[in-house]
Design a protein around this ligand. Structure first.
Ligand code: SF4
Length: 352
């Protein structure tokens, strides 16, 4: 268990290593068996149920933030749950920031009634728990970016992704979550409208962990990352001349880099098309890895991993021009540097 606990679930072993041993996959199975014999720590239940709790918590984010950020609550959470640096919920919430916008008006029957040609203008955004509730600006900016590009974006109703349950070895729960969400996404994908998610690690979960747990029952749907959606459509948008001398620095998510090795190159092509340059920054895992970095017994490891590559690179670069694709990475930089990195899509919406 000590060895398993040190795994960041970055998936480098499953894709980059020639032997391709999938540690996160067998670690989940190990944890499920281990905790059928031994008592689970309370924080595991919090992590496993976070996707059910978040939509309720987001109904009163200001009050909840006051509570979770109070000194005595932080100390009690650390002592009783072994959980540190609880992030603040987004204020305004995603719903508030898009108040009155058609992106909130998803209606399956109405979309089904549209002709194929009309549907070609649409884009469906698959929400994930972390970006939608803790970094809502990113999702709002994706709506604005899609609109600037002449599309009609709509948010799908929030459905739990289940990755946190998989990581913690709640495999029966994960199978249920994955089955319900896969069924929903399979139905939606019949519309023939692209499904896009903003967080690469959670998008990739639909491909890897869903296929692993559901096998043939995974259904037939594709959720694209933002750069996967933009890349094949680039030629439909007018290219722009280069306008900026300084590049933007891209810190890609480690799971994204291991599973989609062309991601940085494709982001580079997208930015070049719109008149900007990207310089990929050679970094490994940021050390946050979902909720890993929030667990008090792993805090030091998380900081050590961060100090290996992220901290020294950020120290030498203008932080306001640094971008990170992963929610976890942005969250890690925020707590250690007290600075907010943008998702590349947020830079695009400002420069286009
Ligand atoms: S930390 Fe990454 S490479 Fe190491 S075992 Fe875990 S998933 Fe594999």
């Amino acid at each position: 268990m000590d060895a398993m606990n040190g795994c960041l679930a970055c998936k480098a072993c499953a894709s980059q290593c020639p032997i391709k041993v999938d540690v996160p996959s067998f670690r989940s199975r190990f944890m499920q068996i281990y905790y059928s014999r031994y008592q689970r720590p309370a924080k595991d239940y919090l992590v496993a149920n976070i996707e059910t709790l978040l939509p309720v918590m987001a109904k009163a984010p200001v009050v909840l933030n006051k509570v979770t950020q109070a000194k005595w609550v932080k100390s009690a959470t650390e002592k009783m749950l072994g959980y540190v640096d609880t992030p603040e919920l987004s204020v305004p919430t995603l719903k508030e920031s898009l108040d009155g916008h058609h992106a909130l008006c998803f209606n399956l029957t109405w979309l089904q009634a549209l002709s194929e040609r009309e549907r070609a203008d649409y884009l469906l955004i698959v929400q994930d728990p972390f970006t939608s509730f803790y970094d809502a600006e990113v999702v709002r900016d994706f709506v604005l970016l899609a609109e600037k590009l002449g599309k009609k974006p709509m948010l799908l109703p929030f459905k739990p992704n289940g990755k946190a349950q998989h990581i913690k070895g709640f495999l029966r729960k994960f199978a249920k979550t994955a089955s319900t969400t896969a069924e929903f996404l399979t139905d939606i994908s019949k519309l023939g409208i692209p499904l896009v998610g903003v967080d690469p690690a959670l998008v990739l979960c639909y491909r890897d962990e869903y296929a692993e747990i559901l096998g043939e029952n995974r259904g037939d749907f594709d959720v694209l990352t933002v750069h996967e959606w933009l890349t094949p459509r680039l030629e439909t948008w007018l290219s722009q001349p280069s306008r900026e001398e300084e590049p933007w620095y891209l810190f890609a998510h480690c799971t994204e880099k291991t599973k989609l090795p062309n991601a940085e190159k494709e982001w580079g092509n997208i930015f070049r098309h719109f008149g900007a340059e990207i310089m990929p920054v050679a970094v490994g895992c940021c050390g946050m890895a979902g909720t890993f970095g929030h667990e008090s017994d792993k805090l030091q490891t998380s900081r050590d991993v961060y100090n290996l590559s992220w901290q020294p690179r950020l120290e030498t670069l203008p932080v306001e021009r640094c971008m990170a694709t992963g929610y976890s990475c942005r969250s890690q930089v925020k707590r250690f540097e007290h600075k907010k990195l943008m998702h590349p899509l947020q830079v695009l919406v400002r420069i286009i």
